[in-house]
Design a protein around this ligand. Structure first.
Ligand code: SF4
Length: 210
């Protein structure tokens, strides 16, 4: 098997914790063989950096995206924090590493009608749709303008991975819609793990849950 990259190019810490190196190697090798891998490990093992270090070399070689599904926003942000460390320590590959943690429309929206409201995702989608079609959302219109109709994704880019809060703050300052910007920028995708159980995603991942 020809390997252009190794987890050693991406692991950002000076030393491995107990068993970390062996687990990373097994996951990296399994991913190259397109195997499904289940790791159950206690807190403090460093599961996030294990997964990132093992999968980034494979993703870069095969030009793939990593979809990292978490249960909470805090866990998603933790992934971005680790990805930033990888990014800052993995010269000359840093420029190829990007990542974004996303949230639901209701939590990312900056329009005063939805901002801070507790509407359901379905209602948020409906309100957003109406605001856009009536051209009453300036954040959406601004994003449309700077990206030349959502075609020019390079016009808004980040030099390192960003978490949901950072993306919202950036958009607040630039008066852009964070939700639609996140959809444009998606490279590594991080989302709540319950999406894993949606039929459409199970089909794509060729998984069967019993
Ligand atoms: S386009 Fe974005 S900012 Fe505007 S209403 Fe929809 S989610 Fe909110």
């Amino acid at each position: 098997m020809i390997k252009n990259h190794s987890y050693l190019d991406f692991f950002p810490y000076p030393v491995f914790r107990v068993d970390q190196q062996e687990i990373i190697e097994r996951i990296e090798n399994g991913a190259r063989l397109r195997k499904n891998i289940l790791l159950s490990a206690p807190n403090g093992m460093g599961k996030t950096i294990i997964a990132l270090s093992a999968l980034l070399p494979v993703a870069l070689e095969k030009d793939l995206k990593i979809i990292y599904m978490c249960r909470t926003h805090a866990q998603s942000d933790r992934v971005i924090k680790e990805l930033k460390k990888v990014h800052d320590n993995s010269n000359p590959y840093s420029s190829k590493i990007s990542g974004l943690s996303i949230r639901g429309r209701g939590e990312m929206c900056l329009h005063h009608k939805l901002l801070g409201s507790k509407v359901s995702p379905k209602e948020a989608m409906s309100i957003c749709k109406t605001l856009r079609s009536d051209k009453r959302c300036s954040h959406y219109r601004n994003l449309e303008k700077v990206t030349e109709g959502f075609k020019e994704t390079e016009s808004v880019s980040f030099s390192s991975p960003v978490d949901g809060e950072e993306l919202i703050e950036f958009c607040r300052e630039e008066k852009l819609c964070p939700y639609f910007l996140s959809k444009l920028l998606l490279k590594e995708i991080i989302l709540n793990h319950f999406y894993l159980y949606l039929d459409k995603i199970l089909v794509v991942l060729k998984l069967i849950l019993i």
